[in-house]
Design a protein around this ligand. Sequence first.
Ligand code: ATP
Ligand code: MG
Length: 148
Amino acid sequence: MKGEKMKKIINSMKLELAAESINESFARTTVAAFAAQLDPTLDEVNDLKTAVSEAVTNCVVHASTKSVLIECQLWKIADKERGISITITDFGVGIQNIEKALEPFYTTKPHEERSGMGFTVMQSFMDSLKVQNGKKCGTVVEMIKVFA
Ligand code: ATP
Ligand code: MG
């Protein structure tokens, strides 16, 4: 992102949840409520909710992790740009081939009616997506959404 140095963090939050599917809706609603402080449009909020849902679902379905950590930052760059950065971390098995995992229709669970579109959805609904292995284990998904 341009102007990284001028980025001013105006608020932040951290949420650790049990990696249970019942928490997927709680996670997306909480992130949406937090983002509301920057007055995003309804479409932007829906994009955020979808992306958070996909990322948390991946932790629940694929990671074999006990918990999921969601960190959010609201930021502004002068009067030009504002948005949210979201980092979703799990402490599970990690992803062997990240490049492959990011490809549309790639899934390691086709028999469970997974379509392999989660990362593709995150990519198209957010302005940036970065997927990395955790330092010791697990997966770290970083997403940024710029608000109009
Ligand atoms: P869909 O999201 O359409 O239900 P999917 O979850 O398989 O299907 P993606 O979300 O794109 O598709 O993820 C692609 C693959 O990356 C998964 O099949 C899985 O192998 C791997 N993966 C994704 N997230 C994680 C994670 N947090 N931990 C371990 N593996 C993961
Ligand atoms: Mg998925």
